[in-house]
Write a protein that binds this ligand. Sequence first.
Ligand SMILES: Cc1ncc(COP(=O)(O)O)c(C=O)c1O
Length: 463
Amino acid sequence: MSTTAPRHSPFHPYSGRYEVHATMPETGVPRDEILRELKEMSSEEDRKGDSGRVSGSIYSGDHDHYAFLVEAFAFYAHSNVLQRDMYPSATKLESEIISMTADMLHGDGDTGGLVTSGGTESLVTAMLTYREWGRNVKGVEHPQVIMPVTAHPAHDKAFHYFGIDVLKAPVTESFQVDVDFVRDHIGPNTVALVGSAGTYPHGVIDPITELGELALEHDLGLHVDGCLGGFILTWADSLGYSHPPFDLAVPGVTSISADTHKYGYALKGSSVLLFRPKQLRQQQYFMISGWAGGMYSSPGMSGSRSGGLIAATWASMLHLGKQGYREIAADIFRTAEEIKSAVRSHPELSLIGESLFNVAFRSDELDIYHVNDALADRGWRMNGLQLPPALHFCITKPNTQPGITEAFAHDLDLAVAYAKNPPSPVPRSGAMYGSGGRTPDTEQVFAGLTRYLDAVHEVGPIG
Ligand SMILES: Cc1ncc(COP(=O)(O)O)c(C=O)c1O
């Protein structure tokens, strides 16, 4: 069944414009037609990200860089990394990505790693590793992880998938994990601690040195979620910015994740997870012997995977080099400072935590979501936060374009004025990860989210 009949759904804006393919066409559609449709949709959608008014999400935005990565991807798009004998170059490229990242994050000779499909897979894999390590090495049957309330929900996904107990530690006024709480709650089942560098909500770095001391004292794993910050914070020292230590230079850190598909400026679908000692990685290797298909083993979650993403990630790191990364980081840190100044110019707003690249702010006087509504009306896509209600602007390369910070300062003035006298007491936006919408009560929201997740997997509106 194919149709172009208009259907109205915010998730299906193309329904009335292009043919809807609910079933495969009997005869193939010509290549040029397919490419034209894809080109039209993608170039229109890219306008938002390229505008420089989007928080996070698009980290490079340099279409020339993307074209180069896609060229690298194309050589290996069809190759399967699982077949190492056929594609030994995957071993070269992947191990070099791991080694370059380990060097960047101050690993030593006993640091090993994995290239995963993204931050979530890196974190889920790290948590599985500590469950297995807890059981196999420490003899803890019901392993528990202590993590800050601000740590990314991908950890919760792992706890949910793998039946790991979690204890959430509060944060202090600086929005860093309360180390005293962590210290007081380490128990016989605790196998690992988590800290972030930086956190998704506020971009702050947890006190990794203190967590490392606790990890060493109690023989625990310590995972640092550097998915967001790993590839940007690392350049701060050499650019004259100070920040707390967060990587493998800190004693006690046993794993760290850093996403190449964020500030590594690679294509979407890649992240690096490092282990120290290297041997820790083995805890989550999977192998099975008595299967009709033969002996099977895989080093991580995925089975077959494309060599294309590995080639593109490797190409990004190699082409930019330390100097290239440093130059982009300098622009991002400068832009973040300018955005902070714009926020500071409003006594009604206050910055949350200290971050070099992710500017979070709140208000005691205004409904911050009204501020967001007015910014959204002017084309800004901020991220809404909660606990406390706040917004963040995670600065990426597209935001460093000339004129962006001036435009933000101007529009923030208007947004604050709007929020002082909003047309309706209830703002349109709220704290929905990655998008907008109010969050009235959890059950209602979960029902709505379930409908949303269903809807985005349909060719048109449901029912
Ligand atoms: C701190 C942090 N950890 C993990 C993730 C998850 O990464 P991904 O969306 O690549 O799975 C994010 C995503 O923004 C993040 O900010």
